[in-house]
Design a protein around this ligand. Structure first.
Ligand SMILES: Cc1cc2nc3c(=O)[nH]c(=O)nc-3n(C[C@H](O)[C@H](O)[C@H](O)COP(=O)(O)OP(=O)(O)OC[C@H]3O[C@@H](n4cnc5c(N)ncnc54)[C@H](O)[C@@H]3O)c2cc1C
Length: 423
């Protein structure tokens, strides 16, 4: 696998036979999470195809020509033609294997997969999720000399890593870039000695047996499990949204705002995330239109005042998107005026969606007791309805979801587990 520039695109990709090409950016957590998976899949298929990476920021003309609108984006080429389905956003190892089928066929992919030898590893504690909650639990357990594995489908850092600036984390006088704050947290836990298994696919979890399968071939057995999987952005669920995700529609301003220099975008949402991220996007975009369903914003007063005083931000209150379509400019958004029921189209360069979050629970098969909003119920020690399984941070039932509350949960679960294991 090697890095190329747009100058080599013609020779290496269009005349290169079977090729897999990864467009990546800097300050892009999903790109960093993809990097080790891309490298390992490239090694497995070294005899079948050529694997290249290309830095999107320095090869903008090529990425625009190929309509690459999100980072990372992986494209598959055969004899100069793009084949299969493009991958973008949080790309899993499994997705890369699926993508390879278009290039080398199902049988070859199966053959390669079958050669991977299964392994079993044992730990006292397995933590699922490396956001502030999981990292803090990892730190306390590690300092208590408890053999702990921290597993994340991405890179450690969680939602903090994609937050532009954090101004309410104690210990820092000035606002800290979220990316750096999460880096410090992660390094502290890692340097203590916690085993990291990150940027992996979590393919199966058995909470009763305390077994976690990663990348389909490694089984991790533990005495206790901490679920710290946090939340993911909600989708609007309107036509065209899924199709244009990573191709004009983004859920991460830190990752994608830089591609909208002097462009016009819409931001959907009116809570803290939407308003703070809209303000951040105006560092790049010439105009940001906030589309929000209510007649008032829900963000806190400070964020609202900043947005109202920002000349680049305008508001479409009591409006809701009804659909997205690809356009020559970028994206056509159909919005409905909720008072008059009139619909109109906005042709914009891109759309950012921040309409709340949902707990990441898909792997747990509804076996856990949840609250009315679908978050995991716990007791005072952060233990769930399944003995030996704990839930911390945003995924757990609580009133306020912040970095400090996630960290507090991680601390409580780790101390409680330490006492249990010491008995
Ligand atoms: C845009 C935005 C801005 C914010 N700004 C602030 C702020 O300024 N101050 C503040 O205090 N809070 C802020 N928050 C909230 C704060 O980020 C969260 O409360 C905090 O990150 C929660 O930590 P966590 O560890 O519970 O989960 P998360 O940070 O969500 O981390 C969860 C981790 O679990 C991983 N994961 C998901 N599914 C799986 C799986 N199946 N297996 C393994 N791993 C998995 C994810 O990859 C991720 O790394 C903000 C949130 C957002 C979205």
């Amino acid at each position: 696998m090697r890095e190329i520039s747009s100058k080599e695109f013609e020779k290496e990709v269009l005349q290169g036979g079977k090729v897999v090409l990864d467009f990546y950016s800097t300050e892009c957590p999903p790109c960093e999470a993809l990097a080790p998976k891309f490298e390992s899949v490239a090694e497995l298929f070294t005899d079948d195809a050529k694997f290249f990476k290309i830095f999107r920021q320095e090869n903008r003309d090529l990425s625009e020509k190929l309509s690459v609108k999100g980072s990372p984006t992986v494209l598959f080429y055969e004899d100069g033609k793009e084949v299969g389905v493009r991958l973008s956003g949080g790309i899993r190892r499994h997705d890369l294997f699926e993508g390879m089928k278009a290039l080398v066929g199902k049988e070859r992919v199966k053959e390669v997969r079958d050669k991977i030898k299964p392994i079993v590893s044992e730990y006292d504690v397995a933590i699922l999720g490396g956001g502030p909650g999981g990292l803090t639990a990892g730190l306390y357990l590690c300092q208590a000399k408890i053999n702990t594995a921290l597993i994340d489908i991405g890179l450690p850092g969680g939602n903090v890593a994609t937050t532009h600036m954090v101004s309410n984390y104690p210990g820092f006088i000035d606002p800290q870039p979220g990316y750096m704050l999460s880096h410090y947290m992660s390094e502290q836990t890692k340097q203590c000695g916690t085993t990291y298994k990150v940027a992996v696919d979590v393919t199966h979890v058995d909470l009763e047996k305390k077994e976690i399968v990663i990348d389909e071939f490694e089984t991790i057995k533990a005495k206790k499990i901490i679920i710290a999987t946090g939340t993911s952005p909600n989708y609007l669920g309107v036509p065209g949204e899924k199709e244009l995700k990573g191709n004009g529609i983004s859920y991460c301003a830190t990752c994608d705002a830089k591609y909208f220099v002097d462009k016009e975008v819409i931001v959907v949402g009116g809570g803290n995330s939407a308003i703070e991220e809209a303000d951040f996007i105006t560092k790049f975009a010439s105009k940001v239109t906030i589309v929000h369903q209510f007649d008032k914003l829900q963000a806190n007063k400070t964020a609202q005042e900043k947005a109202f005083n920002n000349p680049k931000i305008s508001f479409m209150l009591e409006h809701e998107p009804r659909g997205f379509q690809k356009s020559k400019k970028g994206v056509k958004v159909e919005v409905e005026d909720l008072k008059t029921k009139e619909r109109k189209e906005i042709d914009t360069d891109g759309a950012f969606i921040f309409v709340g979050l949902k707990p990441n629970l898909d792997l747990f098969n509804n076996k856990l007791e949840l609250d009315d909003w679908g978050y995991i119920k716990t007791n005072e020690d952060k233990e769930t309805s399944i003995k030996g399984v704990y839930a911390v941070g945003d995924v757990a039932s609580k009133k306020y979801r912040q970095i400090t509350t996630a960290i507090a949960d991680g601390t409580i679960a780790a101390i409680s587990i330490t006492r249990e294991l010491d008995k």
